[in-house]
Design a protein around this ligand. Sequence first.
Ligand code: UT7
Length: 317
Amino acid sequence: MKIIGTGRANPAVVVTNSMLEQFLDTSDEWIRERTGMAERRVISSEKLEDLAAEASLKAIEDAGLTPADIDYIICSNVVNEYATPGLSCIVQGIIGATCACIDVNAACSGFIYALDMADDRLKSGKAKNILVLAAEEPSRMVDWKDRSVCVLFGDGAGAVVVTEGEGMIGSRLTTVSKTDCLHYFRTLEPTPYITKEEEGKPMYMNGREVFKTAVLSSSRDIKTLLDAAGLKPEDIKYYVLHQANMRIIEAICNHLGLDMSHFPHNVDRYGNTSSASVPILLDELNREGKLQKGDKLVFSAFGAGFTTGACIIEWTK
Ligand code: UT7
């Protein structure tokens, strides 16, 4: 597998920390110090499927292809207005592709799970050009009165097109069922037969627990992959990490004994966009001309589940 195109789309509304101060017991200082975030983009009139389609069309154009050339779509998504059909099916219609489509939900790690699935599908010879996208609106999962959670998230979409090639050096996926520290319950339709208690609840997160698990598991995944590939931490040009918190990124940087020049970030501008954060950051690097052929990149993410996903990619574009 190799990546041949990238794209991204973010909502228009910018919510700054001082805007949050207007209705929450919080401060710009607290949010910047604890998370590194200054602002985030939040969906207002946009539909997530339109942002997903915009990111996808940009990635397809960057790859020098048309939607007719795409023969599989994998979309990472946690929630959107539709429970069914999958977001990938909706995006297929908007962009005018005709291939088979599937959604995956591995929370914030979902893009890397989707990329790993794409790699397998290419290896099996069942597809040639795959659109892998991540589109998320975590702003619709949180209680906007809960300052410990709502300030952290932003919405957006990122996409890549992959084809046969020698760009995937290694990948590692892990899942440990640990639903107590991070979850979100949605209500289902009532039936005449339901006797159990059910209640929709906004996102709950034990921030400290997630923080510790994230740093340890991401550092472990990256070291395991580097060892398996015979690479040293400094051989990697950029660590394109899930943008959940600047302090998590700095802690992983310290674990690897590197300086921050290897850790591009945009968490200050977008907040945590769940599984879209890695492809959004990758697209920024690509469009800013920061990636050279032969560069080695690490992607690493963690999220509800508890899931982690990491891979080493060689940039071949
Ligand atoms: O994408 C996947 C998942 N999520 C994450 O990766 C998040 C991981 N966790 C984190 O990023 C951090 O744990 C947080 C940013 C969520 C919280 O930072 P923290 O340094 O772990 O703070 P804390 O939860 O220990 O809270 C410290 C204090 C508490 O007050 P007391 O109990 O010390 O009086 C909180 O009530 O900060 C308070 N607090 C706030 N104060 C102002 C919590 N949220 C806010 C807020 N504004 N928005």
